[in-house]
Design a binder for this molecule. Structure first.
Ligand code: BGP
Length: 481
C-alpha cells in the first residue's frame, strides 16, 4: 500500500458540478432560458452532442445524487446556481419554485453534513440580459450581477458559507464570443474582451463585498482555470514567452482578485496592441475593496501549457478545444509578440488533447502560495473519457483513478511545502455535459445512463472510481490505492 501523510484534519473532500451541465429542466417550474440553453442547442445541431434540456436530469434526481455523494463520504460539494432559475429575467421578480429548489438541495446536503460551495455564475447568463444589452458587453451587467448576488446571498446566507463569484474568468475572456453569445458585430473586436474582463472584475468585487456584508462568517473566492506555462525550449525567447504566458493567462486574473490591481507587464502589452480598456474613476477602488474580501482562490486544474516565442507576424488566435475526441485535433493560442502555444512532447495527452501533468498542479499551488499566501481550494480537476457501462452495471475506469491519484499526491506534496489547500472538489461528482463534447466525454464518479441521442431514464451507476474515492475520503487521503 502506498503511504502518504494524512491531509489536514478538516480537509474538504468532495466534487464539483455546474448547473447548466447537469440540472436539465431547462424550461420547467418558471425557469427561463440562459446562454447555455441556446449555445448547447446550437452545439447539438452542429455536432450532435446532447443539449441542456435534460442534461443529466439532476433537477429530478438531486436527492439520489446527494445520497450517493454521502455514500462516498463527501464533506463538500461545489455546485452553481442557475441565475435564470431564480431570477428568470436576470433581475426583478424571483421565481419561487426555482428559489425553493436550491433551499431543498442545500437542506439535502446539510442532512448528510456536506458543505455546499456555491458558484454564482458558471457560464450561464440569463438570455434576458444577453438580449437586452449583450451581457458582459455592457457595464450594466455590473449592477445586475450585484443585484443577483445580493439576492441569492440574502436568500441562502444561513445555508451556504463558501461562495465563488465567477467560474473561469480567463476562459470566458478567451471564448467571449461563444460563451457570452455575443450578438453585436463590434464585440468581435479583440479589444472588447478586455473591457468585458474589467466588467467581470467589477462585478466580482461587488459580489465579494456583498458576501462579507451579508453572510455571517461567509468566505468568498472565485474559481480560475489554472495552468502553469512551460517554455518549449530553454532559449531565452521561449523562457520569456513562458513568463509572458503566465502573466497574461494567470497573474492578470489573480492580481485583480487578490491584490485589486492590474499586472503592469500585461497592461503595457495590451496598450501596445491597442487593446487597452476604459477604467472609470473609482473603479480601481472597487477592485481594491473587493480584494480585501477575497478569502480563498478556487483552482480548476486539468493540464499544464507549453509555449514558445510567437512567430513574427502571426495573427491573434484563441485556443480551440478538441471537439472530436481524437488526439491532435487542437488549435493552440497565439498572442502576437507575446507567446504561442505548442505541444509539450514530454507529456502524454488524453484523447481530448489535454496533457496529463500532476506536477503542474503542485507547481501552481506552491507558486500561488509563495506569491500571495492565500488559501486555495481545488474546484475542478478530472479526467474526461469515454466510459463503458458493462452488462452487469459496472464501469471500469482505472485511467480516471490513476489520474486523480497522481493529482492528489501532487496536492499532498504542495501542502508539505507550505501551500494552504483547504479542499479537493474534482470534476465531476456525477456525469454531466461537457462544455464541448456533450455526454460522450465523461468525468463523474457516478455514471449517468444516457447518450447524446437518447436521454433514457438517466439511471445512476457507481463507477470503480466511486469505490476508490470513497476509500480515499475514509482514510483522509492516506490510502490512494
Ligand atoms: C472547465 C469548466 C467546466 C467543465 C470542465 C471540463 O473549464 O469549468 O464547466 O466542463 O472544464 O471541460 P470540458 O467539459 O470541456 O471537458
Amino acid at each position: 500500500m502506498q503511504e502518504v501523510k494524512e491531509f489536514p484534519k478538516d480537509f474538504l473532500w468532495g466534487a464539483s458540478t455546474s448547473a447548466y451541465q447537469c440540472e436539465g429542466a431547462a424550461l420547467e417550474d418558471g425557469k427561463k432560458e440562459n446562454q447555455q440553453d441556446v449555445i448547447n442547442r446550437e452545439i447539438h445541431d452542429q455536432y450532435g452532442y446532447a443539449d441542456c434540456s435534460v442534461a443529466t436530469d439532476h433537477y429530478h434526481h438531486y436527492k439520489e445524487d446527494v445520497a450517493l455523494m454521502a455514500e462516498m463520504g463527501f464533506k463538500s460539494y461545489r455546485l452553481s446556481i442557475n441565475w435564470s432559475r431564480v431570477l428568470p429575467d436576470g433581475t426583478g421578480e424571483p421565481n419561487p419554485k426555482g428559489v425553493q429548489f436550491y433551499h431543498d438541495l442545500f437542506a439535502e446536503l446539510h442532512k448528510y453534513n456536506i458543505e455546499p460551495v456555491v458558484t454564482m455564475w458558471h457560464y450561464d447568463l440569463p438570455m434576458a440580459l444577453v438580449d437586452k444589452y449583450d451581457g458582459w458587453g455592457s457595464r450594466q451587467i455590473v449592477d445586475d450581477f450585484e443585484y443577483y448576488a445580493r439576492f441569492i446571498l440574502n436568500e441562502y446566507k444561513d445555508e451556504v458559507k463558501y461562495w465563488l463569484t465567477i467560474n473561469e474568468q480567463s476562459i470566458v475572456v478567451n471564448y467571449i464570443d461563444r460563451k457570452n453569445k455575443i450578438t453585436r458585430e463590434d464585440m468581435f473586436n479583440p479589444r472588447f474582451r478586455w473591457q468585458a474582463n474589467h466588467y467581470m472584475n467589477l462585478a466580482h468585487a461587488k459580489a465579494a463585498i456583498a458576501v462579507h456584508e451579508i453572510v455571517p462568517g461567509g468566505l468568498c473566492g472565485a474559481a480560475l482555470d489554472m495552468a502553469p506555462y512551460y517554455p518549449h525550449t530553454c532559449s531565452r525567447a521561449d523562457v520569456m514567452a513562458a513568463k509572458n504566458a503566465n502573466a497574461f493567462k494567470n497573474y492578470f486574473y489573480m492580481d485583480a482578485y487578490i491584490k485589486g490591481e492590474y499586472t503592469p507587464s500585461v497592461m503595457a502589452y495590451l496598450k501596445r496592441q491597442g487593446l487597452d480598456f476604459v477604467i472609470e474613476p473609482g473603479d480601481m477602488e472597487i477592485l481594491k475593496k473587493g480584494s480585501e474580501c477575497f478569502d480563498f482562490l478556487g483552482i480548476n486544474y486539468y493540464q499544464s501549457g507549453c509555449v514558445k516565442a510567437a512567430t513574427p507576424g502571426a495573427a491573434r488566435r484563441f485556443k480551440q478545444n478538441n471537439k472530436i475526441g481524437k488526439g491532435g485535433h487542437i488549435t493552440y493560442e497565439v498572442q502576437p509578440d507575446l507567446f504561442e502555444g505548442c505541444k509539450n512532447e514530454l507529456l502524454d495527452d488524453t484523447d481530448f488533447s489535454m496533457p496529463i501533468d500532476p506536477d503542474g498542479l503542485q507547481y501552481v499551488l506552491e507558486d500561488i502560495n509563495d506569491r500571495y499566501g492565500i488559501p486555495t481550494m481545488i474546484c475542478e480537476n478530472g479526467f474526461g473519457a469515454y466510459d463503458v457501462l458493462e452488462k452487469d452495471g459496472t464501469i471500469h475506469d482505472p485511467y480516471r483513478i490513476e489520474y486523480l491519484r497522481n493529482h492528489i499526491k501532487a496536492i499532498r506534496r504542495a501542502i508539505e511545502n507550505g501551500a494552504k489547500v483547504i479542499a479537493y472538489n474534482p470534476w465531476s461528482a456525477f456525469d454531466l455535459l461537457s462544455t464541448s463534447n456533450g455526454i460522450a466525454k465523461r468525468y463523474g464518479f457516478i455514471y449517468v445512463d444516457r447518450t447524446d441521442d437518447d436521454v433514457k431514464e438517466c439511471k445512476r451507476y457507481r463507477k470503480d472510481s466511486f469505490y476508490w474515492y470513497k476509500n480515499v475520503i475514509k482514510t483522509n487521503g492516506k490510502n490512494l490505492e
